[in-house]
Design a protein around this ligand. Structure first.
Ligand code: ADP
Ligand code: MG
Ligand code: MG
Length: 207
């Protein structure tokens, strides 16, 4: 089964619900090594994405991803807003105006999202950022690429969860957490956690 515009919109609605559920957790994580706004920023952004989709559903999956991108860029703020915005924007560009997305397009969209975050934030693997969740997510998705959309997204979600966990031991070298130096170790990175939550929601929506 491929992803229609409705399917992509449903995945984003699911993501908004999961972020709302985990708002307090993301705030706590960001309070430990940042400024404590990540849960609120993400919740505000994804609620705005749902509102935008409610008012007008774009005609293509790429259009839905683009609407999410522009909404996140204007509503999330902080480091995460432009980074997630860029990820969705690159994903929307790579799928162009195709009416439905199959597994190969979903893999390409995930890869484009990762490259967008890397280009924008300049973080590399091990810097204790969302890149540490996205990178193994994309690797796992590419490995599962021969399967269907649900298999690709569930592999990506598993990769992201493992990658996010790996940030606990890392010392931050990018973003606000890097101001803490060695003291940033021992904490889960909030952006890596939100990436893992988003991919889990997308996988759930595709099941
Ligand atoms: P801010 O730090 O501006 O308050 P948020 O709290 O919304 O922004 O987001 C913080 C998250 O953004 C971090 O946990 C990290 O995962 C991610 N992040 C910060 N800087 C970068 C970067 N240069 N590249 C990738 N991700 C980053
Ligand atoms: Mg913050
Ligand atoms: Mg902030």
């Amino acid at each position: 089964m491929g992803c229609t515009p409705e399917g992509v919109a449903n995945a984003l609605r699911g993501a908004a619900a999961v972020i709302a559920e985990h708002r307090a957790e993301l705030i706590e994580l960001d309070r430990a090594i940042g400024d404590g706004d990540h849960g609120e920023n993400m919740n505000r952004g994804f609620q705005a994405v749902v509102a935008a989709l409610d008012s007008a559903l774009p005609e293509t999956p790429g259009g839905v991803l683009k609407l999410a991108a522009t909404t996140l860029i204007s509503k999330v703020g902080g480091a995460a807003g432009p980074l997630y915005g860029t990820a969705f924007l690159r994903a929307s560009t790579v799928v162009s105006n195709q009416p439905e997305l199959g597994a190969a397009e979903v893999v390409a969209a995930l890869r484009a999202g990762l490259e967008g975050v890397r280009a924008r934030g300049k973080a590399v693997e091990g810097d204790k950022t969302m890149v540490d969740a996205l990178l193994p997510a994309v690797a796992a998705a590419e490995k599962a690429g021969g399967g269907d959309v649900a298999a690709v997204l569930s592999a990506a979600a598993e990769g992201a969860a493992t990658g996010a966990e790996s940030t606990v031991d890392l010392v931050a070298r990018k973003g606000r957490a890097s101001y803490l130096g060695e003291r940033s170790a021992g904490h889960l990175d909030p952006g890596a956690r939100s990436t893992s939550l988003l991919l889990a929601a997308f996988a759930e929506a595709a099941r």
